[in-house]
Every structure is written in structure tokens, then in C-alpha cells.
Ligand binder design. Structure first.
Ligand code: HEM
Length: 198
């Protein structure tokens, strides 16, 4: 399996520690520049990175596989490396990362995007406790592509971006969960309509 997160950066966990939506730091200007530069290299391999990322996610956290209707019954993870649906799914996630990188200079747009993604994950039954794993697997998948360009600072920059995005996703998930609970409660909580017609 390899890659226990490069170890170059301080061993902070990958986003799990904060659930308070106001806590995740925004990437700094210097980090934004590093992320953009490295993305120019990573984007040539996005299909590959997407697959590696998800196969690793299912290896390290098999409980995540159960969330995916299409993959939950696949026992042999090696078969997933050539699976068309996993490739398409990986590409959807990678294109979200691409959009996030493109919005780094307009963080309010990135925030709106990540909040919406969190809301849709409520409907996918994908709970927030799993989101931080994706950033860790992304880091492992891109390291061999970036080779000596991978540094502790770059690792910290990507970690900051993933923490920022996944925290917003968690917030979106929680908002949607609250909204759905209120919708479910509202019919019986609604005051009975009086028939005022005589
Ligand atoms: C950084 C974390 C994650 C990101 C950026 C992400 C991104 C995405 C994106 C872009 C989609 C495509 C559909 C849409 O835009 O709504 C998607 C779909 C989905 N995600 Fe995630 N995701 C993340 C974590 C997870 C985790 C950890 C799970 C499961 C444990 C998960 C389960 C799903 C499922 C079931 C779908 C719908 C099926 C599909 O589109 O193929 N996601 N995700």
C-alpha cells in the first residue's frame, strides 16, 4: 500500500480534528501559488490519480466502499483499477479539485461550491467522518507524480486546502441534515388549519 503520508510535513491529521466550520484556515497566498504550480503537473494525470486515490481509500477504509452502490460488492480491489465507473467517479472528484484550484482567488465562490457538495453528500449517505481520508489519499497519489517537487511546504499547502474544503463540506452536510429533519417534522408540528368557513 505504501505512503503513510510522506512524513515531510508535520504529522497533523488530515482534517479530522475540526468540525467547527469557522476553524479551518484558508490557504495563504504563498500556499495558493504552490498549489497552482503543482496542479499544472498533476492535471496531466488526473484520471490516474482519481483511480489510485479511490482504490487506496477502499483499501485503507473498506467502510467507505459500502457507501458506493456500484462498488460495494467488488471484493477484488485490483479489478477496480480498470473499472470504467470508478474511472468516471475519480474524474468527477478530480474535476472538483480542479475547480477548487481555479477558485483559489475567489474563496467565496469556492465556499459556495464546497457547501453544495456537502449537501449532496448528505443525499449520497456519505458522512463527514470519511471526508478527511480523501485528502490523505490524494497526497499519497500525487507524490510519485511530483517527485522531487514534492516538499513539506507543498504537502502542508494541499493539506490546508483539503481541510478547508472538507470542513465546508461538513458544514453543508450538517445544514442539509438539519433541513431534512425539519422537513420531516414539519407536517405534525404545523398548527392545525382551522376551517373558518361557516
Ligand atoms: C474531499 C472529499 C470528497 C470530495 C471532494 C468529493 C467529491 C465528489 C464529487 C465531485 C462527486 C460528483 C457528484 C457531485 O458533484 O455531487 C461525488 C459523488 C459522490 N461521492 Fe464524493 N467526495 C468526497 C468524499 C467522499 C467520500 C469519503 C465518500 C464515501 C465514503 C463519497 C461518496 C460519494 C458518492 C456515493 C457519490 C455519488 C456517486 C457518484 O457520483 O459516482 N465522497 N463526490
Amino acid at each position: 500500500m505504501g505512503c503513510a503520508i510522506s512524513g515531510l510535513a508535520a504529522k497533523a491529521d488530515f482534517g479530522e480534528k475540526t468540525t467547527d466550520d469557522s476553524c479551518a484556515a484558508r490557504p495563504s497566498e504563498a500556499q495558493i501559488q504552490m498549489i497552482k504550480d503543482s496542479w499544472k503537473v498533476i492535471r496531466d494525470d488526473i484520471a490516474k490519480v482519481g483511480i489510485i486515490m479511490f482504490v487506496r481509500l477502499f483499501e485503507t477504509h473498506p467502510e467507505c466502499k459500502d457507501v458506493f452502490f456500484l462498488f460495494r460488492d467488488v471484493e477484488d480491489l485490483e479489478r477496480l483499477r480498470t473499472n470504467r465507473e470508478l474511472r468516471a467517479h475519480g474524474l468527477r472528484v478530480m474535476s472538483f479539485i480542479e475547480k477548487s484550484v481555479a477558485r483559489l482567488d475567489q474563496l467565496e465562490r469556492l465556499e459556495a461550491l464546497a457547501l453544495e457538495l456537502g449537501k449532496s453528500h448528505y443525499h449520497y449517505n456519505a458522512p463527514p467522518k470519511y471526508y478527511s481520508y480523501v485528502g490523505a489519499e490524494f497526497t499519497c497519489a500525487v507524490q510519485p507524480i511530483l517527485k522531487e517537487q514534492w516538499t513539506a511546504e507543498l504537502e502542508e499547502a494541499w493539506k490546508t486546502l483539503f481541510q478547508y474544503v472538507t470542513n465546508l463540506m461538513k458544514q453543508g452536510y450538517q445544514e442539509e441534515s438539519t433541513r431534512q429533519r425539519q422537513l420531516a417534522l414539519s407536517p405534525k408540528d404545523r398548527p392545525e388549519k382551522r376551517n373558518t368557513a361557516l
